[in-house]
Design a protein around this ligand. Structure first.
Ligand code: C2E
Ligand code: SIN
Ligand code: SIN
Ligand code: FE
Length: 387
């Protein structure tokens, strides 16, 4: 590919002289000569050149101003500009360099000088283009890897949450719905977007501690006895322990063999797991202090747990459990609203109502699939997401 060079000078004679000097380069350089700086500016806004040479002294649009304009355009920012100046213009030369000129040449120009300078800036431009190309390729690769990692992390979290629910809720997208509902409620509360994303990722692990509850209690078809309820309540602390214990042991090994930067990154805390642990411990606390296991009340309950509580209960009410049928929306909403100020934070409830259309859509899109229930063998959902 020929290199394209634009020459701008208000004097036709100068341009003709330049063209003669550079005649031998015609087969490798595609050269455009323009004697009207305004016309040159038109061309420069839509055409990309590999190099530009500008005369400093031009009427109407002076060389320095044209240089400044070029450097402000997306298309011209990285194009090397060689300025042609008079011998004595030291101040102008300094200004040209400050404005981003790649090189300066004194008039009258000699062919050898001009060719040497142009060859230099063209070579530099070629390296820069190559580098830019490689950088954008690398950036794309990093983006792809980041998306892959994010997806894989989220899928592991979801499947871990589902594993914990498998015995009492085996048809369910419950844990995924709770994460999604928490996100829309937190958005309605105008919470910080990084917090919202961490909550979305962490909330599905709220019941991970159910793994430690015996079948006889977890899958019991009727109401729990007081003793059974006491055992059931342990799922909060069990969950917290699963998500916090042995952290030192994990850290000892997960950075093994990694470069120092990765070592120090893995030995710091993990915000997702930290939040999941807080949610596991406190998602059954109640606004008025009558919840478990610590009888926390009000703002002492982390906001992430106050949000998860309403999402979890609403979705549990709307779903089948071993001990209950699915309630319709009217009944579920009535139970939730009866518990505002006692069970639920009134501000979080307000946000829940504001987000209700989105909550409904989440239930619709992530509905439970009867196909996987022991009592059904078909799924009549129009577009089942459960497969
Ligand atoms: P889960 O089934 O996921 O229910 C989560 C929460 O939703 C419950 O927390 C409760 O606050 C709310 N919830 C669920 N169903 C109802 C309902 O019919 N009415 C009302 N008002 N709220 C409801 P909770 O009560 O702390 O229970 C925690 C877990 O303990 C439940 O998780 C479930 O696995 C188990 N559990 C609770 N009650 C019973 C029961 O009567 N029988 C059995 N077998 N398990 C129960
Ligand atoms: C409850 O289980 O707390 C109430 C059930 C209902 O009112 O539907
Ligand atoms: C917040 O804690 O960020 C405000 C929301 C609330 O307290 O319910
Ligand atoms: Fe729970």
């Amino acid at each position: 590919m020929k290199k394209s060079i634009l020459f701008v000078d208000d004097s036709r004679q100068v341009l003709d002289a330049l063209a003669r000097m550079l005649q031998t380069k015609r087969d490798i350089w595609s050269m455009t000569f323009v004697d009207d700086p305004l016309e040159a500016w038109e061309i420069l806004q839509s055409t990309s050149f590999d190099a530009v040479t500008l005369d400093v002294n031009m009427p109407v649009l002076r060389g320095l101003e044209l240089l400044e304009r070029i450097k402000k355009t997306e298309i011209g920012r990285d194009v090397p500009v060689v300025m042609l100046t008079g011998l004595g213009d030291r101040h102008l030369k300094r200004q040209a360099l400050d404005l981003g000129a790649a090189d300066l040449l004194n008039k009258p120009v000699e062919a050898e000088d001009l060719i040497a300078r142009l060859q230099n800036v063209l070579r530099l431009k070629e390296y820069e283009d190559l580098l830019k190309h490689e950088n954008s390729w690398l950036e794309r690769k990093i983006q792809e890897r980041t998306v892959e990692l994010y997806r894989s992390r989220q899928e592991v979290v979801w499947r871990l949450g589902k594993a914990a629910e498998h015995r009492d809720n085996d048809t369910g997208n419950h844990v995924i719905r709770v994460g999604c509902m928490c996100r829309v409620i937190a958005e309605a509360l105008d919470l910080d977007s990084e917090f919202v994303e961490t909550l979305f990722a962490a909330a599905p692990l709220h019941d991970i501690g159910k793994i430690g509850i015996p079948d006889a209690i977890l899958m019991k078809q009727g109401p729990l006895s007081e003793a059974e309820r006491q055992i059931m309540m342990r799922h909060c602390r069990i969950g917290e322990r699963i998500l916090t214990e042995n952290a030192a042991a994990l850290r000892l090994f997960d950075g093994d063999g990694a470069v120092p930067e990765i070592r120090s990154a893995v030995s710091s805390r993990n915000p997702l797991i930290d939040m999941a642990a807080r949610i596991a411990l406190t998602h059954h606390e109640k606004w008025d202090g009558t919840g478990y296991p610590q009888s926390l009340s009000g703002d002492a309950i982390p906001i992430e747990a106050r949000i998860t509580a309403i999402a979890d209960v609403f979705d549990a009410l709307m779903s089948v459990r071993p001990y209950k049928v699915a309630f319709d929306e009217r009944r579920s909403l009535a139970i939730v609203s009866d518990s505002v100020g006692t069970h639920f934070d009134p501000l979080v409830y307000e946000a829940f109502l504001k987000a209700l259309p989105r909550v409904r859509r989440i239930r619709e899109q992530l509905r439970d699939c009867p196909r996987y229930s022991p009592h059904e063998d078909h799924c009549d959902a129009p577009d089942p997401v459960c497969r």
